[in-house]
Design a protein around this ligand. Structure first.
Ligand SMILES: C[C@H](O)[C@H](O)CC(=O)C(=O)O
Ligand SMILES: [Mg+2]
Length: 400
């Protein structure tokens, strides 16, 4: 039997990896005075010298990774994620071999080979960020080659628009801008003692007064707490209608999350997953009943190929998947899934007072919510529908 070339797509010619600094996919890499680096509770706050600023302990040490995949006909797919120079090494010196010369439609096999070839030193963190970047660039290329948006490749939109909640320092302003809720960073952790706990609750109470009884308010704890502190915070915050408590403890402490989920007041949601990776990591969260909403970051969890598996697993467990940040990579997913009913929008304006594109200045044509919403038709462009801002100074440290 003659086996037909089933896609007619040009093969992959070249994979390239670059670093770029200043916001964008490494959204913590912001200038001074930004709300995202203003005394936010972290696991490093146990050391007073690292308490005021997350940049002081290197939250922005990596910078952005840009992956470009060029096909033989000159079409280029690209993606951005966090990873910087070490991720460039991984992409150019290890992962590129699984793509060059291949058919871009073979994303399952390519993912499998990237993951299992790095498993002896990878599995989570930086290596999976790099795999995610390559995977997203591949989906972008596939969409561009087929002339279809990624959401169409995923099965198509299941609703006409996306609805967003906003993460930032001013949920009250987010409400005026039409968002459905506001997630604030927690400012004090266990090192701040009872005084800090009271300040956390006072901030929440002030915001509740400003936004009224119905607007969603959430707290992002960025892995800073222990189960006892998180439980006390949740109980006190319940009086002020906290909708969810996010990433309260270490992502490795599945047992702690299971305990926290049992401890929080009925109706309050426990969310986590932005620093979790792959179907196996999320399986732990699901089977140990760690949370109510999974929040994979599309650029960190293994990319779109892996997110589809994570979301199917979550669906079978009756759980929602609301990806962390990740801009267009998240929007193209959320619009296609019933168990992803709304999306996050990270307010990257330094004072959270204006809507600016989440990955500014790296993407050209990055859509932003208007009145807290985005029409599905705004995503109707080939691939992820954005272009790379080539005016930025990009560096290719491991060119081959
Ligand atoms: C605000 C949080 O500390 C973090 O910077 C962002 C995040 O975890 C989220 O958007 O979720
Ligand atoms: Mg978070």
């Amino acid at each position: 039997m003659v086996r037909m070339e089933y896609t007619g797509l040009p093969r992959i010619k070249h994979v390239r990896a670059f670093t770029v600094r200043g916001g964008g996919a490494d959204y913590h890499d912001q200038g001074e005075g930004h709300w995202i680096d203003d005394h936010i509770a972290t696991p490093m706050a146990r050391y007073p010298e690292y308490r005021q600023s997350r940049q002081s302990f290197g939250i922005n040490a990596l910078g952005t990774l840009v992956v470009e995949i060029e096909a033989e006909d000159g079409t280029i797919g690209f993606a951005v994620t966090t990873g910087g120079e070490p991720a460039c090494f991984l992409v150019e010196r290890h992962l590129a071999r699984f793509l060059e010369g291949r058919n871009p439609a073979e994303y399952e096999k390519i993912w499998d080979q990237m993951y299992f070839s790095t498993q002896y030193y990878g599995r989570k963190g930086l290596v999976v960020n790099a795999i995610s970047g390559v995977d997203l660039a591949l989906w972008d290329l596939l969409g561009k080659l087929r002339g279809e948006p990624v959401h169409a490749l995923l099965g198509g939109a299941v609703r006409d628009e996306l609805q967003f909640y906003a993460t930032g320092s001013r949920p009250d302003l987010a409400k005026d801008m039409g968002f459905i809720g506001g997630k604030m960073p927690l400012h004090h952790g266990p090192a701040g003692g009872i005084e800090g706990l009271r300040k956390n609750i006072a901030e929440l109470a002030t915001m509740r007064e400003r936004v009224g009884p119905d607007f969603w308010l959430m707290l992002d704890c960025w892995m800073a707490l222990d189960v006892d502190y998180a439980t006390r915070l949740a109980l006190a915050a319940n009086e002020h209608g906290l909708k969810w408590i996010e990433e309260a403890i270490s992502p490795d402490d599945y047992w702690g999350y299971a305990a926290l989920k049992r401890n929080v007041p009925r109706g309050m949601l426990v969310t986590t997953g932005e620093h979790e990776a792959t179907r196996w990591g999320f399986r732990m969260l699901l089977e140990m009943d760690c949370c109510d909403i999974l929040q994979p970051d599309v650029g960190w969890c293994g990319g779109m190929t892996e997110l589809l598996k994570i979301s199917a697993l979550a669906d079978a467990h009756g759980k929602l998947v609301v990806p962390h940040g990740s801009s267009v990579y998240s929007y193209h997913f959320v619009i296609t899934r019933h168990n992803s009913p709304f999306a996050e929008f990270l307010m990257m304006h330094p004072a959270s007072s204006e809507v600016v594109p989440m990955f500014h200045p790296q993407l050209i044509g990055e859509p932003v919510p208007v009145n807290g919403r985005l029409r599905a038709s705004a995503l109707d462009k080939p691939g992820f529908g954005v272009e790379l801002n080539r005016d930025l100074p990009m560096h290719r440290p491991y060119a081959r």
